[in-house]
Design a protein around this ligand. Structure first.
Ligand code: ZN
Ligand code: ZN
Length: 257
């Protein structure tokens, strides 16, 4: 028995989807409830999820409660829209840190909240899919914070920032800024392109880990052609994800069909 060494955890591949919206996002279908999302993830063999509603974390706890005992890990996440209309997926290691970040975000949304459009619903729900309240403020609006500001705030909350759907012609880092700014502390780029095609078209993306996530707004979107797989400790945490993205401690990440 060695003294002073922490035990080496067993590592295994975990199928992941780190960008999922619930009924708290006005653009998501009403079937995106905690129970339906977790049940569908279970059927698809997805072992790691991040719930990432626009500028809100209120449905993450319910999803985590439903996931208890299923072997599925649910991370605290939020999708942010910066001043430049760039979308960033922000992940946090704990509810307290996610709460603190959400409070900061609320201070940087437009002070004269816009109202939701006709037919739009943003629902905070329980683990039993009961509606707790409807949020009538339009959550999806640009913050008065830049991409750099948001990355910095996420880092101060011990989180990870992932540039969302970088291939999209709008609301993405590449569409809106044209490149990945040098030294921008994003942990990964979410893309549906293969690495070679992305790097050829956008050389500034070279060197960043790539992730494939669904950005699911309805249940069928959770069933994808390609997924991200993390080789991490079974008891997966955000620090395991961070290590995998850096290729540290034997952890790694790959995208596969
Ligand atoms: Zn987005
Ligand atoms: Zn999204």
């Amino acid at each position: 028995m060695s003294v002073g060494c922490s035990p080496v955890p067993m590592l295994k591949w975990i199928k992941a989807d780190l960008h999922i919206h619930t009924v708290l996002s006005a653009c998501a279908d009403l079937d995106m409830s905690p129970r339906e999302i977790i049940n569908t993830a279970k059927l698809l063999g997805i072992g790691l999820l991040a719930i990432t509603d626009h500028h809100a974390i209120d449905n993450v706890a319910a999803c985590r409660e439903v996931a208890k005992g299923t072997g599925i890990t649910v991370l605290f996440g939020m999708e942010v829209q910066t001043r430049e209309e760039v979308h960033l997926v922000c992940l946090f290691p704990s509810e307290d840190l996610a709460d603190s970040f959400a409070a900061l975000v609320a201070q940087h949304l437009p002070s004269n909240w816009l109202s939701l459009g006709a037919g739009e619903i943003q629902a905070v729900v329980t683990a039993n899919d009961q509606v707790v309240r409807l949020d009538q403020r339009k959550l999806l609006a640009s913050l008065d914070l830049s991409v750099e500001d948001v990355c910095g705030a996420v880092a101060r909350h011990q989180g990870l920032t992932i540039a969302a759907h970088v291939d999209r012609p709008q609301y993405s880092l590449l569409a809106n800024l044209g490149f990945v700014p040098p030294e921008l502390p994003v942990a990964a780029l979410e893309t549906i392109s293969d690495a070679a095609a992305l790097h050829k078209k956008h050389p500034s993306t070279v060197g960043y880990p790539l992730l494939c996530s669904s950005d699911a707004h309805c249940l069928p979107m959770l069933n994808k052609e390609k997924y991200t797989y993390f080789y991490v400790a079974e008891d997966v945490t955000l620090s395991e994800i961070r290590m995998a993205l850096k290729g540290e401690g034997g952890r790694k990440v790959r995208i596969e069909n």
